[in-house]
Design a protein around this ligand. Structure first.
Ligand SMILES: [Zn+2]
Length: 245
């Protein structure tokens, strides 16, 4: 059946563009996943950035030295840097309607959270929400695409609607940089109905890419305001400010 489908409806790797063979289930060409540099035991505990071989676990790094509040999180786990092929994977997940790409990324994150001893302390998994209009436009929230299989792999409850974007954050373009920071500070609120499920809980906050961390920090703050005991971040990629988005 698959062989027939591949003749009439050839599948292509959304990252490399090459046709996938009948015995390649996808969602991406295996060489793309093999080329992914998954962070091992050398990493920054604060921002998740992979570090040089032999450095081990560090408390802060060059790329997060100014983020003394730790992005509102107690630590962040990132699969890797926002370089190819990770960039291609994230873009395909966001814009290419290639939802299954989230599965290997969630699998890597689950393994890392288990290896780093974070998973055991997690009570609930919360994806960072998209603005409702953006969500409608894209048809899905890439953070939730990762969070859902990640929660399943860790056997933790998923609270996909715990946070919502507050109004007024979609006019960022007209604001000065300082106003933007202030604007994003209150960009999220916890839904009152679900707040009791956050109170006193250790939350794993999931997003696709962490760059400045301003949006992430705003979401973490909203979780803490709802009574979350701790927030740990799980992201596919840790991007540097000068990375091409
Ligand atoms: Zn760092």
């Amino acid at each position: 059946m698959r062989a027939l489908l591949d003749i009439f409806l050839p599948r292509h790797c959304p990252v490399s563009g090459r046709p996938l063979l009948t015995d390649e289930p996808g969602p991406v060409a295996p060489e793309v996943l093999r080329a992914l540099e998954v962070c091992g035991s050398d990493y920054c505990a604060r921002c998740g950035a992979p570090q040089g071989a032999g450095v081990g676990r560090v408390g802060s790094c060059d790329s997060c030295r100014d983020a003394t509040d730790g992005f509102g999180a107690d630590g962040i786990t990132a699969v890797g840097r926002y370089t190819e092929p990770m960039r291609g994977l994230c873009k395909a997940m966001k814009f290419g309607n290639a939802r299954d790409i989230a599965l290997p990324l969630a699998a890597f994150l689950a393994q890392m959270l288990l290896d780093r001893g974070v998973a055991a302390g997690v009570d609930v998994v919360v994806p960072l929400p998209l603005h409702v209009l953006r969500h409608f436009e894209r048809g899905c929230n890439q953070a939730e695409l990762i969070a859902r299989p990640l929660a399943r792999a860790l056997n933790k409850p998923l609270l996909s609607r715990a946070l919502r974007r507050a109004r007024g954050t979609d006019r960022q373009a007209r604001l000065s940089p300082l106003q933007r920071r202030r604007n994003v500070e209150n960009a999220f609120v916890a839904r009152p109905r679900l707040a009791p499920r956050l109170a006193g809980r250790h939350v794993l906050l999931v997003d696709d890419v962490l760059t400045t961390g301003a949006t992430f920090a705003a979401a973490a703050t909203a979780l803490r305001q709802a009574g979350a005991a701790s927030v740990h971040g799980a992201v596919a990629a840790r991007a540097a400010l000068d990375d091409d988005r």
